[in-house]
Design a protein around this ligand. Structure first.
Ligand SMILES: [Zn+2]
Length: 387
């Protein structure tokens, strides 16, 4: 399976200039091709040929100053963007609608270029990343690469930081099987409630960081447009954003690793379905964190030989008694605890988590005929819903 490994890069001033040039060239190639594509249909071969021709013209001669692979990969990015767009409009791709590709701008907060093996990027014996026409760039290796990477994407984020994101082929690292299975209810007050009664609180430090971010954002909006102070304030906001994102990611990694280690099967409610029952504000604040968390669970489950599924059939997880199966009518969010006529006393979120576990187990049994691996399992569960 393919995994991404990301490391911080520290390019020298000269390398930063070379990277800026490469970002710019990739952007121009992407935009030229996008403009050409908007005309009557042009096949990929033709776009690639046009690129070669363009390099011979005085207006685009400077494209030759960066690695040709970087430019070819910019064309590949455009293809991927188009494919994602078409597949989302025809329903071939799961998840929400994907927007058609748009022109890239010098002002985009994230700039990136990709080198494949064909570009002969390398890791030097001194531990630097050798990039063609850029140089040997310093890397902070926070962990070891499991194998030789097939590509590397160099990214510059809004905070002005550089990263190398490697794609590597990694083998599964199966964990010894365990008995327990778990349903997870993602919530607003508490980040997650597990069907075994455990809870994961939203971390305090993250709330503090988010408050600070809001304050900086306000300060930015007060600065005059185009002023040097505004530019400074914008970098401050970008740095604070980056810090919150990093902290959130570390935290989510720790929590998701523990859940995968302790459980053989993990079930969560599908976020699209869950979103239906939430207000817009709550959704915007929490969806990013929930999405990252479930993606981590899914990826870790796949790698560690655990089972993961999202329950995408809508069912009233908070109205259904997990003891007797009675549906007791809707309950406003403020009701945290209720008693079912059968005598069971329920904590709202814990009851929901138990229902998610039960629904997940049922879907898993139903899909059993098609069972080969986790992926086909999941598709089976999804098909179930359509019939
Ligand atoms: Zn009951």
């Amino acid at each position: 399976m393919q995994l991404r490994y990301q490391f911080r890069l520290y390019p020298t001033a000269g390398q930063q200039a070379a990277l800026a040039k490469a970002f710019g060239c990739a952007r121009v190639v992407f935009n030229d091709a996008l403009a050409a594509r908007r005309l009557p249909y042009l096949p990929d071969r033709e776009l690639s040929k046009q690129l070669t021709e363009a390099k011979k013209t005085p207006e685009r001669a400077w494209l030759a100053e960066v690695s040709a692979v970087v430019l070819q990969q910019a064309l590949a990015d455009l293809n991927t963007a188009y494919r994602n767009f078409f597949e989302s409009t025809t329903g071939k791709r799961k998840g929400g609608r994907v927007a058609p590709p748009r022109f890239r701008s010098r002002k985009d907060s994230r700039q990136s270029i990709r080198f494949t093996r064909a570009a002969r990027f390398a890791i030097t014996s001194g531990g630097k990343l050798r990039l063609p026409k850029i140089g040997d760039v310093s890397v902070v290796w926070s962990r070891e690469l499991p194998s030789r990477p097939s590509s590397v994407t160099v990214i510059k984020d809004a905070a002005g930081r550089y990263f190398a994101s490697f794609v590597v082929e990694a083998t599964e690292e199966l964990l010894p099987p365990v008995e327990s299975e778990v349903g997870i209810d993602l919530g607003l007050a508490t980040f997650a409630v597990l069907s075994n009664g455990a809870t994961i609180a939203s971390p305090r430090f993250l709330q503090r960081a988010e408050r600070r971010l809001r304050r900086l954002q306000k300060a930015l909006s007060r600065k005059q447009k185009g002023s040097a102070n505004r530019a400074k304030a914008r970098i401050k906001v970008a740095r604070a954003h980056a810090k919150v994102a990093d902290t959130r990611r570390d935290w989510a990694h720790k929590r998701s690793t523990a859940i995968i280690r302790d459980n053989q099967a993990v079930f969560v409610e599908d976020l699209c379905v869950k979103g239906l029952s939430r207000s817009r504000l709550a959704k915007s604040v929490h969806d990013a964190g929930w999405g990252m968390f479930t993606r981590m669970l899914e990826e870790k489950a796949r790698r560690r030989g655990r089972y993961f599924a999202e329950i995408d059939r809508y069912f009233p997880s908070s109205q259904l008694c997990s003891t007797c199966g009675r549906v007791d009518g809707p309950k406003p969010l403020c009701i945290r605890e209720w008693t079912c006529p059968c005598g069971a006393v329920h904590d709202r979120d814990l009851n929901a988590a138990k229902n998610i576990l039960a629904a997940g187990r049922a879907e898993r049994l139903n899909a059993c005929g098609a069972l080969v691996g986790p992926d086909s399992f999941r598709r089976g569960a999804r098909k179930q819903e359509l019939t």
